[in-house]
Design a protein around this ligand. Structure first.
Ligand code: SAM
Ligand code: SF4
Ligand code: FES
Length: 360
């Protein structure tokens, strides 16, 4: 086994590791601080010290799927379902803009409760406000993805959840791993900035599975990677499971940063649920994005994927102040840009062209 510090150095300089090396890193806990510091350096070098805030609008908890881990699953009859009207969603986006958000993330359960025309209206109206739009609506057919892209959506988040086909199958009744991958490829081809990610600590998931997940993000050349611990929900079939740990989640995230240095990586809400300083620790271990909730009132509580979700009793105004203060407290600053993926390769090429132009 190569020395762990050598593996960390290799990852920091080459941004490439074998599956075995990733597994060694995940298994050994002695050098975690070195791993986090390396991820923090790579984050600073490639995506800078700014933190991009994305305003999260949880616009409906209606879902036709039955993912075993999720509180919004169709068979969970304890959830009171809601569906915000298209104009309410556009209003929330307008309020997010007034708090200086540059991007809103429209997230919901997977369902047909909005027509394609309604979604087009929502997307184009928000786009007209001058905001970037990320969608997170689950699996759709290619035509629907294309219509939303043409309406103005810039990015799409669809976690693969796990790349282990057996675990995928066990946890997603009626869904298929092949279709999940098809969705990701369609989204990429349609020119969305592509976000994916996984749950850490799913039943039967091994360190090898997590290493495969990280290598999958790299193969896909994902633009955004959202990772978080699986937190068991009492109203789901996985109520009795142990769930993921904070440390393993942060380690998976730090290794992801080392291997995909340009990616936008959020410090996720689930991390803060397990550790009250979770998002700040994540921001110091490779993350460069936070997605504060801009949904208002009782709906925050009704979008209950797992217990202990943060900010459920807070307002959008409170959250933006809270997170901005925390970010500044660690010497970072909130970005005033849209925060699209910065490609170093592309930037270098553009700089070369600019140089040539000047010398002509
Ligand atoms: N329905 C869309 C989808 O599945 O892509 C978007 C909404 S879904 C609630 C967003 C994410 O929540 C999922 O990708 C999943 O990883 C995460 N999630 C669901 N249940 C969770 C749990 N019990 N613990 C942690 N994260 C969970
Ligand atoms: Fe529905 Fe998404 Fe939850 Fe699965 S993870 S049950 S698709 S909301
Ligand atoms: Fe919501 Fe801190 S971000 S209370």
């Amino acid at each position: 086994m190569a020395k762990i510090v050598d593996i960390i150095n290799k990852a920091e300089t080459t941004h490439s590791l074998t599956k075995e090396e990733i597994v060694d890193l995940l298994r050994c806990n002695e050098y975690d601080q070195q791993l986090f510091l390396a991820a923090d350096r790579v984050r600073s070098q490639y995506v800078g010290d700014q933190v991009h805030l994305r305003g999260l609008i949880e616009f409906s908890n209606v879902c036709q799927q039955n993912c075993f881990y999720c509180g919004l699953r169709k068979e969970n009859t304890k959830v009171k379902r809601y569906r915000l009207s298209p104009d309410t969603i556009v209003d929330l986006a307008g309020k997010a803009k007034s708090y200086n958000y540059k991007t809103v993330v429209l997230q919901s359960g997977e369902s047909q409760s909005y027509t394609v025309t309604e979604m087009q209206y929502i997307i184009s109206s928000i786009k007209a406000l001058g905001l970037a739009i990320t969608l997170s609506l689950g699996e759709k057919n290619r035509d629907e993805y294309q219509i939303y892209r043409e309406a103005g959506a810039d990015r799409y988040l669809l976690r693969i959840e796990t790349t282990n086909p057996q675990i995928y199958k066990e946890l997603h009744p009626g869904m298929s791993f092949e279709n999940r991958v098809r969705c990701l490829l369609d989204l990429k081809e349609l020119g969305y900035e592509l976000g994916t990610g996984c749950l850490v600590g799913l039943p039967n998931q091994t360190m090898e599975c997590l290493a495969d997940d990280i290598l999958f993000f790299k193969t896909l050349d994902a633009d955004m990677i959202g990772l978080g611990p699986f937190i068991p929900n009492a109203d789901t079939p996985l109520a009795q499971e142990k769930g993921g740990t904070f440390t393993t989640s942060i380690k998976v995230m730090a290794i992801t940063r080392l291997l995909l240095p340009e990616a936008n990586i959020p410090a996720t809400t689930a991390m803060e649920t397990l550790n009250k300083n979770g998002r700040i620790i994540a921001l110091q271990s490779g993350a460069n994005v936070v997605m504060p909730n801009v949904t208002e009132g009782e709906y925050r509580k009704m979008y209950m994927l797992y217990p202990g979700k943060i900010c459920v009793n807070d307002t959008p105004k409170h959250c933006i102040g809270c997170i901005t203060g925390k970010i500044q407290g660690i010497g970072r600053h909130v970005s005033t840009e849209f925060g699209f993926r910065k490609s170093k390769k592309l930037t270098n090429i553009l700089q070369e062209y600019a140089e040539k132009d000047r010398n002509m």
